[in-house]
Structure formats: C-alpha cells, structure tokens
Design a protein around this ligand. Structure first.
Ligand code: LLP
Length: 439
C-alpha cells in the first residue's frame, strides 16, 4: 500500500486502494460516503481496540494494580460503551447522561467513576442508588449533598477527592485544569484540600478511598504528571496523621495525540513509564506501607486517532491574491474545536489520494459564521464539487461536542472493521430536531 505524508494522523488500518481512494478498516470511504451520506464520522475498530489494549498492557506491565477508565466526554455512545467493556475498560463520566449511556451499553455501574464540579442532587442520588463505583468529589457542597443522598439511599459511597495540585501543564488555557486558578477541585496550596479530607473522613455516608487530579488535556510532556504525582502523594502522606489511607490514586487523563503531520506525542509506554515510576518512587519516598491502585482516565487518546470525518465538497470562493475557500457540508456543528481552541487538523481529498497538491485552500464549514473554518491553508489537489474531504484525528471531542446550530442534523457514525461497516449512530432527521419541541 502506498504511504502518504499525513499517515501518522490516520487510523492504523488506513490505506490507499487501486483507485487512489482512502480505505479505512478495509472499507473504501467513497462507498461509506455514498451509503451513509456526509458528514460522516468513521471509527476504525482495530485502532480503538489496539489503543485500549496498549493502555492496559503498558500501564499494567509496569504497575500491576492499574485501572484504565475511559473518559466518556471525549465521545460515548451505546455501542462504544459495549466495545470498551469488552476491552476491559471502566468509564469516567461527567454527567448523569454519560452514565445512562454507559450503563445502556453494558458498562457495570461498579466500573464507573462520576466526575464534575457541579453534580446535581438527583444525579448523585441516581448514581448512588445504581451502585456507582466511585464518586469523585469536587467541592464541599457536593460532600454535603452526598451526606443527604447516602442517608436516603442507605448506602455508604466510595469516593475520591479531586485535588488541585497547582501544576501548569503547558496546554491551551481552556483545557488546563490543574492550576490554582481553576474551577475544579480542592486546592492543596490553600489548605482547602486538607479541610476536605477531614470532612470526608468525618462523614458517615462516604468512605474516602483516594485522591484524584487531572491537570489538563492534550499534554505532550510527562513532567507535569510527575510533578502532580509528587505533590498529591506528598499531600496524601501528610494526611495520614488525620487517619487517611490512600487506597487509590488517579492522575487523570490528558495524554496528547497527533493532529498534524508534525505532532509527535509521547507513546503510551512513555507516559506509563513516567507515571508508574513516579508513583512507585513517591510511595517509597513517603514510606507508604502499600501502593495505591493507579487509575488512569484517557479519553482523547483512545477515540481521537480512530476517528476520521468525511465531508463532501460543495461551493468554492476564490478571492484573487487573498485566499480560496472550499466549503464542505459540515463544520462547527460537528467539530467546534478549530473555532473554540484554534485546533489544527490535516485534511486529504479521499478520492484523490495519489494526486499531488495543486493549490493552497482553506476548508470552510457550512455554518453561518465566519469563524466556521475547519482547516486553514492546506495544500490539496484541485477539488471539484462532490469530492470527499477526510479530516483525520477527529474521533475525540467532535461528535461529543456537536450541536444542532443552524438546525443541522448531527452526523451519522459508523464503525469499520475487516471491510464491513456498522452504523452505530444514525444521522439525525429534521423530525429529531423538533422531537422535543412542544407546541
Ligand atoms: N479525566 C478528567 C477528570 C477530565 O476532566 C478529562 C478531560 C479527562 C479525564 C480526559 O482527558 P483526555 O484524555 O481526553 O485529554 N474539549 C476539549 C477537551 C476537554 C477535556 C476535559 N477533561 C478538547 O476538545 O480539546
């Protein structure tokens, strides 16, 4: 099979066939576009399963007591939850909605961790009643709510406390979460984390089993994790005087993926080595009798590289001496990331994979906003209406953050494997757009 310059950002099975077309999971993407329409999100099952196994193996071989829970916010649906379960992963959910989808997909409640800085009383009650594995408590209001809820339900709930270690992870400000000035978690620096540990230990409704931190997302460096491990485990050691025993520790998720040909994120093995050795080292240094269960929460790095978005080329606007816009049938409604985070993507013309670039264009979405640009200044072969543009590394936080802006039905999603495609989410219809309207 021929290789191409953006190979690194495509799923493992990506190839080019004799017609010069992009193939994913053995399926010619032109056939997929024909059958399911566009915009279409295509997930390569082999890539998905391979990354799940990598996480379990690379962490598990270095730190046997590791639990890998997938961060559902990156993208969840009923079929995907089932697949993740088959691969032995648990789930990190950020809402009652994510929890419901995970459970519907067969994820056992005991394998679910519930996150969020403002979980509602009803959500908490439902989670506790349903036997959720852990609630990751973010603030004292939540601890109070849990006290009431657990009494009502008559169950003692295992919890982690989310602490904020005050580490700068060097990522986009909107996805940086571990610094002191963040809405998430109890800061260690200010004494609030200590207070939370005391209150949790005094509570009858909860059992404090450990600590969690998540310092940010799309992190290319291992150092911030090592730093966070050092700070949080140091804090845990100090809390022993209060009667706290660290049974579980989670440094969160956030592992970077490649979006562009030049991105070179560390491998799963590199993150696993850095984090597991830091945990062992700190446990030793702090004189812990036993090492805690290590819980990691990858989201983006599991689904991101597996997903490719397909769009059909429509109109074009060439502004002489300025730029040429090529418009496609999706955009910020299905991928808000360029507009929200200035995220960069690669793009290829899926039916012209062997043609040399002929022009530099900007790929514009179809939404009624100037900021609706998917990819700026990309070199592509000459395109015509009806060509299919594929944007790789689109599996994370694209369908998950999709909206019905401009009343656009959200795209269909297929899973491809061994030459067969399985529809795991149908395209929304106009009826769906009105389904919740009350006249
Ligand atoms: N754990 C917690 C507590 C989190 O808050 C997050 C992400 C994760 C795990 C998973 O992080 P990941 O491995 O996916 O980087 N919408 C943004 C990303 C927001 C991330 C929020 N929290 C984006 O499109 O880049």
């Amino acid at each position: 099979m021929n290789d191409f310059p953006t190979r690194n950002v495509f799923p493992h099975t990506a190839a080019i066939n004799a017609q010069g077309r992009l193939v994913l999971g053995g399926c010619d993407v032109m056939d997929l576009a024909q059958e399911y329409g566009t915009p279409l999100y295509v997930y390569d099952e082999e890539t998905l399963r391979r990354v799940c196994r990598q996480y379990r193996e690379e962490f598990g071989s270095r730190y046997a007591d590791t639990r890998v829970i997938y961060a559902a916010k990156a993208f969840i649906n009923v079929a995907l939850a089932g697949l993740l379960r088959e691969e032995g992963l648990g789930l990190d959910v950020a809402s009652g909605g994510e929890l419901a989808v995970g459970l519907a997909g067969g994820m056992p409640a005991a394998e679910v961790y519930f996150h969020g800085n403002n979980k509602g009383g009803d959500e908490l009650a439902e989670a506790v009643r349903g036997g959720i594995g852990r609630i990751v408590v973010d603030n004292l209001h939540e601890l109070d709510l849990l006290e009431e809820v657990t009494q009502e339900v008559g169950r003692v709930q295992d919890i982690l406390l989310r602490v904020s270690p005050g580490v700068d992870p060097h990522t986009h400000a909107y996805i940086s979460t571990g610094a002191l000035d963040s809405k998430f978690g109890f800061p260690i620096e200010t004494g609030q984390a200590e207070e939370a540990v005391r209150q949790a230990l005094a509570s009858k409704g909860v059992r404090l089993v450990g600590l969690h931190c998540h310092i940010g997302s799309q992190l290319f460096e291992t150092e911030p994790y090592v730093e966070a491990v050092r700070i949080v485990l140091g804090f845990a050691a100090r809390m022993r005087e209060e009667g706290f025993q660290l049974l579980e520790f989670s440094p969160g998720g956030g592992f970077a993926i490649a979006y562009t040909r030049d991105d070179e994120p560390p491998s799963v093995a590199t993150f696993a080595e850095a984090i597991s050795s830091a945990v062992k080292r700190e446990c030793e240094a702090q004189g812990f009798d036993s090492q805690p269960t290590l819980v990691i929460e990858p989201g983006r790095s599991i689904v991101g590289p597996a997903g490719v978005a397909l769009y059909t080329v429509g109109s074009r606007k060439a502004i002489p001496g300025v730029r040429s816009y090529v418009s496609v049938d999706g955009g910020m409604g299905d991928n808000i990331r360029p507009a929200l985070y200035q995220a960069q993507y690669e793009a290829v013309v899926a039916n012209r994979m062997e043609q040399e670039p002929a022009e530099r264009v900007t790929i514009a979405g179809r939404f009624c906003e100037s900021g609706d640009i998917l990819v700026r200044d990309v070199d592509l072969p000459a395109t015509e209406p009806g060509d299919i543009i594929a944007i790789p590394a689109s599996g994370a936080y694209c369908p998950a953050m999709a909206s019905n802006y401009n009343m656009a039905p959200r795209p269909a999603i297929v899973l491809v494997r061994d030459g067969a495609a399985r529809l795991i989410r149908r395209r929304e219809t106009y009826q769906d757009l009105m389904a919740a309207d009350v006249v």
